[in-house]
Design a binder for this molecule. Structure first.
Ligand code: GLY
Length: 333
């Protein structure tokens, strides 16, 4: 019997049961004995992120391991990618829309179910910081466009040109083709979504993106939409999405993953079911787009799954990074 099943099926008396600080356990009473359902101990803190982003996860884990807050960890982890102009799907250096404008979406959600997001924001590199401030310092959950940008400036953030020469050159080359076909996941990275469990076992999450390359002006994807791009339920777990945001929005993907975990699925099973919801829709065009999910549950188990290959999850635990290639649905093409 696999260790997880063994532990899940174990029936023990509560007396003498050692519960580690990182162990989630739950006791159910019946008339004769206490049945304790327990799960493997996860070493905390734990950080996972979409794609191969070792610098981002290392930054977040270091903050958590030094006793910092989970929101500081997530924000600063995401900021690593937002500032990296070589990452052309997040923050400064992100690929623009079809008109040459770089527009950013981001959101953050904490253990209490509070959240903040920014959509279609220009000229501010650290969208995740603005999303956090929306959550913490405003009565709202979402600011859009010029309002988000003006708010960012009002809290001391500086306007910058986010369109780098490299992204501008690629955009101009794309324009020459004169074919309107937004591109997603043409490289081995996209939206960075990050989930973390702190030393107390509390879960929070964040994600940040420049969205679909060469999208229509005004387009917003899944990443700033709570429940689609990200969802956290500190009792159950959390999930975050990457890939074709339209498809994630249509299935309220991250909320779905968390709800599936609530019903008893493991993070891996929940990610797989959420991907199958997309590919099994009538007339699904799934061969032509990518979606990936990562998830973590309250016990620190993790999962990742995508439609196509070329999706991975970075996991930072026990002081070390691991890039884990995701299993995927479309193995036959
Ligand atoms: N998942 C990023 C986007 O669709 O904008």
């Amino acid at each position: 019997m696999k260790r997880r099943n063994f532990l899940k099926n174990a029936t023990l008396t509560t007396a003498g049961l050692a519960v580690g600080s990182t162990l989630a356990s739950c006791a159910e009473s019946d008339s004769k004995e206490k049945k304790v359902i327990t799960t493997p101990q996860a070493s905390l803190p734990l950080v996972i992120a979409t794609w191969n982003v070792p610098n981002a996860t290392a930054k977040a884990w270091e903050i958590l391991n030094n006793g910092g807050s989970v929101l500081d960890a997530l924000e600063q982890g995401c900021m690593v990618e937002e500032a990296d102009i070589k990452n052309q799907s997040v923050g400064k250096g992100g690929r623009p829309d079809r008109d040459g404008n770089v527009t950013l979406d981001a959101c953050i959600m904490n253990k209490d179910g509070n959240c903040g997001s920014v959509v279609y924001m220009k000229n501010i590199t650290h969208a995740i910081t603005v999303a956090r401030k929306v959550m913490e310092d405003t009565p709202h959950v979402m600011l859009a466009g010029k309002g988000a940008e003006d708010y960012a400036v009002s809290i001391g953030m500086k306007r910058e040109n986010l369109l780098t020469e490299a992204s501008k050159k690629e955009w101009k080359e794309w324009l020459v083709e004169k074919e309107y076909k937004p591109i997603i996941n043409i490289e081995n990275h996209d939206t960075i979504g990050m989930l973390a469990i702190d030393k107390n076992g509390d879960i929070s999450g964040a994600c940040t993106t420049s969205g679909l390359a060469y999208k229509m002006g005004g387009r917003v994807g899944d990443s700033p939409i709570i429940g689609s791009g990200l969802f956290v339920d500190n009792q159950i777990g959390a999930a975050v999405a990457t890939g074709m945001g339209e498809e994630v929005v249509k299935t309220v993907g991250s909320f779905l993953v968390v709800e599936l975990m609530r019903k008893g699925k493991s993070p891996q099973e929940a990610c797989e079911e959420a991907i199958k919801r997309i590919v099994n829709k009538p007339n699904s065009d799934y061969k032509n787009f990518q979606v990936g999910y990562i998830a973590v549950n309250k016990q620190g188990e993790t999962g990742a799954y995508s439609i196509h290959e070329w999706f991975s999850m970075t996991k930072f635990q026990d002081g070390k990074n691991e890039n884990i290639q995701s299993d995927f649905f479309n193995k036959t093409v």
